[in-house]
Design a protein around this ligand. Sequence first.
Ligand SMILES: [Mn+2]
Length: 140
Amino acid sequence: MTPPAESSREVWVIGDVQGCAGALRALLDHPELSHPDTELWFAGDLVNRGPDSLGALRLIRSLGPRARAILGNHDLHLLAVVAGVRPPGKSDTIQDILNAPDASELIDWLRHRPLLVRDRGHVMVHAGILPAWTLDQAQA
Ligand SMILES: [Mn+2]
């Protein structure tokens, strides 16, 4: 087996953070993930349900181009609440984001996340793709 080239970028895929900023911080401290060339792909549902949605969103955004995040249903829910087209739910934990001084920057960043990432032979979506669709159709 040939070891990977020095320049090869590893990809780690991280599922539903759901506002668990503390757990995410602990995970990012792991030596396997801390290399600056290592890409972190977040598979959606960055916020809601957990105790620190604001911290999770700020942390993931602060990773810059190292992080690629897609939207999950909870992220879409937050955007819908901000847009006034859905009421907040009883079990939501997104109020800290709505009240934050940097809320507009965070929401603007979030609403520019895609629903699908396709790169280097990998496809990342939240929850799934309609079985009848090709990847090109899903991406479109
Ligand atoms: Mn979900």
